[in-house]
Design a protein around this ligand. Structure first.
Ligand code: HPA
Length: 275
């Protein structure tokens, strides 16, 4: 087994050879939002399975590749499909893609996900700007020897989701006439959905949405000094708030329905970063 830094170096070297463009912005696409890459002027596509030492996504509906290209004039790397902790990977593998994007030179990372609505003011289909997160129900992804070439041992997390970038996202939503909720995202491990009691607890703790990704990637990116922003698509109201049992099909269906409004918002935001 290679050391983490060795794995990162090998994967980065391989990707650099095939990418054909130096990305300034990374975009992670959540469940069912994978078609967003069609909006890019694509330069190259690298399936995760081709990349040495790289984890593979096993979730249905996740394509599993990096797409390099341009959105407007902004050079981007898009992660079509992410790796989740519940798939059984160690946390160091879960955050490896985020770290690689950092090593490829991105300055900004946009994280997107599908999430359950905890805030009773939300409805399925809403978009939520992530203002902050609660990650303490999952292992901290920086546990272990600190990779000092990436960042400091005790990184500050007082503003994970960059205020200026968040302001730009809000302005884009407004200009498109798209309603954008705001709130706190809580990451749990999954893969089972929550119980109504757990959702009640999360609500008391101040969470507005719940999901199974994102916060650990945000931590890894901030460790490296990458600016982070995030948008959740509320695909369903969480257990106990919704009367009906939850299913992955429902999540995918809602994600498909919101794809156009979500895609338009992300496209405008990303293109605007180089204007
Ligand atoms: N809970 C956790 N993760 C989710 C949900 C949910 O209700 N919906 C989409 N991802």
């Amino acid at each position: 087994m290679c050391e983490i830094s060795e794995k990162l170096e090998k994967a980065k070297e391989y990707i650099c050879k095939r990418a054909g463009i130096k990305p300034a912005v990374g975009i992670v696409l959540g469940s069912g939002l994978g078609n967003f890459a069609e909006r890019a002027e694509i330069v190259s596509e690298i399936p995760y399975e081709d990349i040495p030492c790289f984890p593979r996504s096993t979730v249905e509906g996740h394509k599993g590749r990096f797409v390099f290209g341009k959105i407007g004039n902004t050079p981007v790397v898009i992660m079509q499909g992410r790796v989740h902790y519940y798939e059984g990977y160690p946390m160091e593998d879960v955050i490896m893609p985020a770290r690689i994007m950092g090593l490829l030179g991105i300055k900004t990372l946009l994280l997107t996900n599908a999430a359950g609505g905890v805030n009773k003011g939300f409805s399925a289909g809403d978009l939520m700007l992530i203002k902050d997160h609660i990650s303490c129900f999952v292992p901290n992804p920086l546990i272990g020897k600190n990779l000092s070439e990436l960042g400091t041992r005790f990184p500050d997390m007082s503003e994970v989701y960059d205020r200026e970038l968040s302001g730009r996202i809000k302005a884009c939503a407004e200009s498109l006439g798209t309603e954008l909720k705001e709130g706190i995202y809580c990451q749990l491990t999954g893969p089972s959905y929550e119980t109504p009691a757990e959702i009640k607890m999360l609500s008391v703790l101040g969470a507005d949405a719940v999901g199974m990704s994102t916060a650990v990637e945000a931590i890894a990116a901030r460790h490296m000094g990458v600016r982070v922003c995030g948008i959740s698509l509320i695909t369903n109201m969480a257990a106990g708030i919704s009367e009906v049992p939850l299913s992955h099909e429902e999540v995918k269906e809602a994600a498909d329905k919101a794809e156009v409004k979500f895609g338009a918002l992300v496209e405008r935001f990303i293109a605007g970063l180089s204007e």
